[in-house]
Design a protein around this ligand. Sequence first.
Ligand code: SF4
Length: 385
Amino acid sequence: MERVFTYQDIQTVYVSAEAAEDQLSKRILGRLGTNVQIIKYPSSKDPLATSAALEQDARMAEGKQTLLLTRYKGNWLKACPGTARHICCNLYVVNQAEGCPLDCTYCILQAYLRRNPTLKIYTNTENLMATVQQRLEAEPSRLFRVCTGEMGDSLVWDNLTDFSLSMVPLFARLENGVLELKTKTANINNLLTLKNEHQGKTVVSWSLNAKSVTEHDELGAHPLKERLKAAALAAEAGYRVGFHFDPIVHFSGWQDEYRETIKSIFEHVRPSQVAWISLSTLRYHKDLQSIMIARFPESKLPYGEQFLAKDYKIRYLQPIRLKMLRFMWQELKSVAANIPVYFCMESPAVWRAVSGGLPIAGSEIKEIYCVGRAGLCSCNDDLRR
Ligand code: SF4
C-alpha cells in the first residue's frame, strides 16, 4: 500500500512577492521547517507551467512536490457548474488552494491543471472570508451550502494553514450558510478544538470507496479505517458528518467491498449524525483517460463497459450505473430509511429509476436542494418536472 502524504514530501516552495509579507505565508514556511527549498519569486504565475504535452506527465509529478504561495484575485465564491441535463445539488465552492498533493488515479485535476501543475495556497484569506460573509449577508433568504474541496482536498493543508480555525467560526455566525469540508485525510485536530464553536454549521465529509479502490487508486490518502476513525471523532465533537461515494467503481466483487464499507460507516457513526451521503458512479472527461493510462498504467479504472456521453464524459453503460446506484441506495436505506442520500449529477430518469422519485420527494434531503426556500437556485426547476 502507498504511504500517506506528509508535508515533508514538499521539496520546494515558491513565495510570490505579493504574498511574502502575508501572515499565512510566514505561518506555512515556519511549519514546513528547514528541509524545504524556499525561492523568492517575482511573479504569481505557475513556476512549472508548460504547454508542451510531452513534458506534462513529468511536471505533474514535480508539481505534487512544489508549492506556490500567492494571492488569489478572482471570484472566491462560485456556484458549482454542475452538468447539463443533470440534477445538481445547489453547491457553492470556495477555493483557498488549488491542486492537491494526494494523487488519485481518477482525479480530474490532472486534466484541469496539467498546464499549471504547481500546488498553490492563496494567502489573502482575510479577503476570502470578507467576500463570503458579504455575499451570504446580501441574500439572507437563500441557504448557501459552501464546500472548499473542489480544486483540492479541504483538510490536506489544514495543519499548515489553520484555515478551518477561521472558516468554522465564520459559518457558525452566518445564519444562512453551511460549510462542508470534504477530505480523504484524517486531519481533524483543528476541528476538534472547535467543538464548542461550530454550532452544527460545519459538515465534515469523507470521500469513501471500496477498500481495494482506496488502496490502489487513492495514492497518498489516509486508509479507509483512519478516515472512518476521524469521522467518529468529528461526530463525537458534535459535527454532522457526510460521506461521498465518488467514484463508485465496477469490478469483480464490487458488491461485497462496498457493502463492507457501508457496514464500517455505521460501526463508527450513528445514522442520526449523518448530514448526507452522495453516490456517483465513475465518470471522467475524455481528456483524462489518456492521462490516467500514462500516469497509472496499473489502474483498472479506465477500462470496462464504458462509453463516451454527449457531455464528453466517459461513463459506465446505463444498466451498470443503475445497478450500482440501486445497490448502494438499498444498502444505505436498509440501515435507516430516512438517511439523506443523493446522487451527484444524475439525470431525472436515474433519480426516478433508483429512488422512485425526484429529490423533492425526499424531505430528508431538503437541506441539499434548498427545497421550499425563497431564492432557489435555477437547477431546482428540474426538481418539479
Ligand atoms: S483527494 Fe480529491 S483533489 Fe486530491 S487527488 Fe484525490 S480526487 Fe484529486
